[in-house]
Design a protein around this ligand. Sequence first.
Ligand SMILES: [Zn+2]
Length: 304
Amino acid sequence: MSADGEAAMNEDDRLYRFLFEGADVRGELVQLGSLYREVVERAAHPPVLARLVGEALAATSLLLATLKFTGRLTLQIQANGPLKLLVVQASSDGGMRALARSDGELPDSALDHQAPRGALAITIDAEDQNDRYQGVVDLAAGSLAGAIEKYFRESEQLDTRVWLAADEQVAAGMLLQRLPAGEQPSDERDDDAWDRVGYLAGTVKPEELCQVAPTTLIYRLFHEETVRLFDPLPLRFRCRCADGRIDGIIQSMGAEDARALLEEQGQIEVTCEFCCTVYRYDPVDVEALLATDVDRHPPSDESH
Ligand SMILES: [Zn+2]
């Protein structure tokens, strides 16, 4: 485990994309090992919350792989308890982080009981266009997988099926999506494919999703189909606090408040709420930051 907000790439954090040839159906299969364990160990989540965070990490990576552009995707559930907040963020470079808060122990029950009257929001920020899209669905389906299916149906009009699972070591997920009909003449189209591969995929057990190697599992489920498998997408734990965001917090405090806090406490301590990394700034660090901030942003009359 690294001390800062970033981890190395690991072989056990991979998303596989595949296509059923001639069938206008695509699939994704993801397993997260090191990434998932790092997130839940840093936050010391109890088992039920840890599994929900794992499913949310797997779901977010499945969503990320459907993006057609470079950007950032945020999955967020907000509720009034027992689950209070669950946020997973992922960017196109495969970096992911998560934050979860519950009010006491989370019951091992359906999602709409863990998060009554809660909602799932999926926000997509495109990097180049400065564009933001958000879709919100309720949790009436009773599971995160069901809420994601609903999101695709309502926001993109795409039939989608999602399976999610997590044990103590691995979080995993699978997605099937029916694409808008392709270019083939109608007599060559495989109209039964969606129901057929959906039935095959539905035979998967949660322990298979978590424990069987992805390529083996894809073969096991779909060996009667013609499947084209693409190169896997590597994923890793990465928190955006590693980009100097905490420096920005100190700078935005302003010189007067920062110095007053130093006077009182001897140093300034900031804990990243996502990765739980503790950043400590002594007076020399703070003065250096305040000096660079003045260089970058000359004082103005505007106050925020
Ligand atoms: Zn962080």
